[in-house]
Design a binder for this molecule. Structure first.
Ligand SMILES: Cc1cc2nc3c(=O)[nH]c(=O)nc-3n(C[C@H](O)[C@H](O)[C@H](O)COP(=O)(O)O)c2cc1C
Length: 349
């Protein structure tokens, strides 16, 4: 058992978080993690406000343990989803990209705000803005890590801020957890590893692809959704890296976003400008390219199309060798971390 600033702040048994993963973090997976003593996070990027509320209700039907939501703050629907989470008094609100305008509202009901960063200097700013804890994403991670790995980031960030730190990227077992704690983290967040569990909705074809992948079988590029990100190597992912900027697909994507979110041209243009102005300065077409990425992700997750689909996944797929239940995975990770720290302790003279 571990008692860290993360278990204390989140009121959970184990310092293990289910990373927010758009599409994948459904109530069934989230509640399984919460009921096994970890922290489940619902990624709401895919959700309309009504769906966000419904998902929160479903989670509460399946667990009485604390959980959180994850929302990317730029793009349509972000503000509305955060407002629903605040109305519902969701215990933890985890955001990435953009500024957390809702800190006081969350603190008012006793909730916590958890910022996600991938660049060390963003840590100080996030804490100044009121974040209670930070998720640090390394280059190894699925989706949007930046240039530095956790080996470098965790001690650096730990020396800069004094809030609970949660390490995300490349961790799929207790050895990784022990390493993250040794580097200065208070807990871990796992995405790819939880993706390959019995409760995960990911199509069996892609679970199998993760099981077969080595640590070399991911691609890191900005062509998948407009931001630097890591996906599993598939035929389509490789083709996308060769194709370069997908202008026709991006225009199709832009129109799809406009239609899906029922945006007027004025609102669509406003959102695009908002994205450019965001702290990270994303180019105008990111939203459209995200729509293209989303469509290819749906092909992977729902249809199991290993040729035409793409799927965010991390380098740690190389170390994923089975499909356990969430509880088996969490119990095993804790036991491995304890064993690892015991082994290190025995090295002392
Ligand atoms: C399929 C998939 C979807 C993801 N969607 C989101 C998301 O919506 N928001 C977010 O902040 N991170 C997202 N991530 C990144 C994870 O939150 C986390 O940072 C990453 O999985 C950690 O790396 P790991 O997979 O090596 O554990 C996603 C990751 C995956 C695999």
């Amino acid at each position: 058992m571990f008692k860290t600033r993360m278990t204390e702040m989140f009121g959970v048994q184990h310092p293990i978080m289910l990373a927010g993963m758009n599409w994948i973090t459904e109530p069934k997976l989230i509640s399984a993690v919460c009921n096994a003593g970890g922290v489940g996070i619902l990624a709401t990027a895919r959700c309309t406000p009504e769906e966000t509320r419904e998902n929160i209700k479903q989670i509460r039907d399946m667990t009485d343990k604390p959980f959180g939501i994850n929302q990317i703050l730029i793009g349509p629907g972000a503000k509305e989803n955060i407002e629903i989470a605040i109305e519902e008094k969701v215990p933890f609100i985890n955001y990435s990209l953009g500024k957390p305008w809702f800190v006081d509202d969350v603190h008012a009901y006793g909730g916590k705000v958890v910022g996600t960063i991938a660049i060390a200097r963003h840590a100080t700013r996030a804490v100044q803005l009121g974040c209670d804890a930070l998720i640090i994403t390394g280059h190894e991670a699925a989706a949007h890590g930046a240039a530095a790995t956790l080996m470098v980031l965790i001690p650096l960030v730990a020396s800069m801020v004094d809030v609970p730190l949660i390490a995300a990227g490349g961790i799929c077992n207790g050895q990784g957890m022990a390493a993250a704690l040794a580097l200065g983290a208070d807990g871990i967040s796992m995405g790819s590893r939880f993706m390959v569990t019995k409760e995960s909705m990911v199509h069996d074809n892609f679970k199998q692809l993760c099981l077969e992948a080595t640590e070399q079988d991911t691609l890191y590029d900005n062509v998948f959704d407009g931001m630097d990100g890591r996906v599993l190597k598939t035929k389509e992912a490789e083709a996308m890296t060769k194709r370069g900027f997908p202008i026709v697909e991006s225009i199709k994507g832009a129109l799809l976003v406009k239609k899906l979110f029922k945006l007027s041209f004025l609102k669509f243009a406003g959102l695009s400008i908002e994205m450019v102005r965001a702290e990270e300065g994303h180019p105008l077409m990111v939203l459209a390219r995200q729509a293209v990425g989303n469509m290819k992700h749906m092909k992977a997750l729902n249809e199991g199309d290993v040729e035409g689909g793409i799927l965010f996944a991390g380098q740690c797929c190389g170390g994923i060798k089975d499909v356990p239940t969430v509880k088996e995975l969490i119990d095993r990770t804790i036991a491995e971390a304890e064993e690892t720290l015991g082994r290190l302790d025995a090295l002392k003279k």
